[in-house]
Design a protein around this ligand. Sequence first.
Ligand SMILES: [Mn+2]
Length: 354
Amino acid sequence: MTKQTLNELRGRVDEINLQLLSLLNERTAIVQEMAEEKGKRGIKKYDPVREAQIIAELRKVNQGPMTDATLIHVFKEIFKVSVKLQEEQDKKKKSLLVSREAKSEDTHININGDVVGNGEPTLIFGPCSIETEEQVELVAKNIAEKGLKYIRGGAFKPRTSPYDFQGLGVEGLKMLHAAASKYGLNVVSEIMDAKDLAEALPYLDVVQIGARNMQNFTLLKAVGQIDKPVLLKRGLSATLEEFVNAAEYITSHGNKNVILCERGIRTFEKATRNTLDISAVPILKKETHLPVFVDITHSTGRRDILLPIAKASLAVGADGIMAEVHPTPELALSDAAQQMSIEAFDEFYEKLLS
Ligand SMILES: [Mn+2]
């Protein structure tokens, strides 16, 4: 065989490869069309009986040199192409709005000019409960002096005991909002009941949904219809799947600006108030495109380990952290044991940055 003939033969093989590619794609497109039609009529898409028939027919007409075994192998691979493509498309159709499959880029949330989820950690501090004007003023001033942009404070308090302090309601929010406005801070506060939303909204920049309300679907649907970001806390005993679905309730009702907040889960361990599920952070970051925060106060319930827990949270990819700060924690009307004093906060903040 001359070099010339060999080149000619190579050229023919190249040509056949192109034809095969084009035919395979044509076949795949037709099978897809059939799958769609079957889907509409509710017929099962994968039909192994028909596949066996096709192979039997092909064997009958196969004249070689390809052996029957090779023919079967090649056609089974060709059948797989369509099945795999179908599986991928079905998965995409079923994927949640909050999932990475639906949107691969991170969600960035612009809160009055400050962007959450862009790689720079968002730090949210403030008292457990809003108690007095002086209290929130002191904390707001200290937060602003650090150059931070957010203050938290509870006005509607979901307390374990009905006899514990229940919060100041909208009056409390007005106090927090006044202090925040004075120092240029954004307000993060929890709403427990959809009926309070309209009255409270003018005083809020981020609406928090607490752990105990993570599956309050009426409330989730209601905050899905507002135009302010929602910080959704993970329920006390909620799986990540339940957590992500709760976020989906909000986004599917129109509000795309959801922040997920891991706050510890219930386990047998008693050394901390809850057990911080640190692995939840990278998992949520991987499976969803939403910003993920960690509430280091409620997950631990311990002032003495806030700093390493904050560092760990940021190290595993958290977009932000939340912690409680009170001018006189020992006199606080809620969560007295776990809030940082202003002095402790100064030290914490300095060490967090170093
Ligand atoms: Mn608290």
